[in-house]
Design a protein around this ligand. Structure first.
Ligand code: GDP
Ligand code: MN
Length: 380
């Protein structure tokens, strides 16, 4: 789950990481009132779950009080990388002396938590990583160390971001607090881009991006409340309500599978045979035909889908119930694409019998099914 900047900054304040005061507003009038309260200049920032808001016109420093309302209105009218702007953050604008990049994230490859730094901040770090990889600093820590990090450990790293010893010490202190916040909130990323020094030489987090692990939300009700339904994929939320796990992808073969592991294997197998999955979809272990109908609806919403591969390994899930769900779907919905099905396990004979007379393509193995579906999807 992604947090908005204003939400992440509230957590920063609790954790003792310095950042400017701010107010979240949803109307231009409220932005004007907030700016009057805090005094000019202010910075008005779109609150959407994407980076590069500045480049897209979603971050504006305003020094003229007459410009606050119109600027807020303009930003509220923007759509940044397909996300409509519905919330704004208003904060006192700072005079920036230097901008650097600082983050902490989970590095799955290294099986470590890693701090990433770059003296060349503000810009997109991915770009620097490509053009000037030597400029990227890394410091790995183990998950166990996160709660008890020492400022002294980071002095070397921090002084490569800010050579002034006081500023380096402040940065190292921020790193300790980032480590603790990362651990406390089960985060997968905390990114400060830019971390700045202002005209008084203070080190301040000017931007904040934070992601928390969905799987740990059950122990953070306070974070679950921060979920912004407006910014989440509507289909993925609906799927959740219907008891399905669904993630949209950009291929053209719709997948309907029982079990998350089998769903992953199915996607891999499709890829192996030159196809490209349109989604991850786990209908779960139960056998409710209604779930199959809901799954069809989700898959068919995606107009890229050229074929559907249903891969069911019946255990608790009964193949005849899945077959009933498929028949019900064909009855209720218009399914304009071919369906390939592999149905094995509990009640497979009954299931196959139910499907006799339909024009579904039966596959005997996953390889067979993935090959057929991939061909229908246009694979060579
Ligand atoms: P992003 O583009 O989504 O990463 O949004 P940021 O919050 O990082 O803002 C983009 C850029 O706007 C920053 O790198 C700064 O250069 C500039 N900016 C943001 N806040 C301020 C501010 O308070 N004062 C000044 N002068 N510039 C700011
Ligand atoms: Mn930024």
């Amino acid at each position: 789950m992604k947090l908005h900047e204003y939400q992440a900054k509230a957590l920063f304040r609790e954790a003792g990481i310095p950042c400017p005061a701010d107010v979240m507003v949803t109307t231009a009038d409220a932005a004007v009132a907030a700016a009057e309260d805090m005094g000019l200049p202010v910075v008005i920032k779109a609150q959407v779950h994407v980076g590069g808001r500045g480049k897209a016109g979603g971050v504006k420093v305003v020094s003229d009080s007459a410009e606050v309302g119109p600027t807020a209105k303009t930003i509220l009218g923007l759509t940044i990388k397909e996300l409509p702007v519905r919330k704004l953050m208003v904060a006192p604008a700072l005079n920036i002396d230097k901008e650097v990049y600082l983050s902490i994230l989970l590095d799955r490859g290294a099986r470590k938590v890693v701090f990433i730094g770059c003296a060349d901040g503000g810009v997109e770090i991915e770009e620097t990583a490509k053009t000037n990889p030597e400029a990227i600093l890394r410091h790995e820590v183990s998950g166990r160390e996160l709660g008890s990090l020492q400022q002294s450990t980071f002095m070397d790293f921090a002084s490569k971001l800010f050579s002034d010893p006081k500023q380096a010490a402040a940065t190292a202190d921020i790193m300790v607090k980032m480590g603790k916040l990362f651990l406390d909130k089960d985060a997968s990323l905390i990114e400060i881009n830019p971390l700045i020094t202002d005209d008084k030489g203070e080190v301040i987090a000017l931007d904040a991006k934070m992601m928390v692990d969905d799987n740990a939300l059950f122990r953070h009700p306070e974070l679950e409340e921060l979920r912004d339904m407006d910014s989440e994929d509507k289909d993925e939320l609906d799927a959740h309500e219907d008891g399905l796990s669904f993630i949209r992808l950009d291929g053209n073969i719709g997948c309907m599978v029982n079990g998350a592991g089998l769903a992953m294997a199915t996607m891999d197998t499709i890829k192996h045979f030159g196809g490209s999955p349109a989604n991850f979809l786990d209908v779960g272990g139960s056998s409710d035909p209604k779930k199959v109908v809901a799954a069809f609806k989700l898959i068919l919403k995606d107009t890229n889908v050229k074929a559907i591969l249903i891969n069911i390994f019946g255990g608790i899930t009964r193949c005849d119930d899945i077959a009933k769900g498929i028949l019900q779907s064909l009855d209720e919905l218009e399914v304009p694409v071919p369906i390939v099905i592999r149905l094995v396990g509990t009640n497979e004979a009954e299931g196959r019998k139910l499907l006799e007379g339909t024009d579904l393509t039966i596959a005997l193995t996953l390889e067979d099914g993935a090959t057929k579906a991939s061909k229908m999807g246009g694979a060579a």
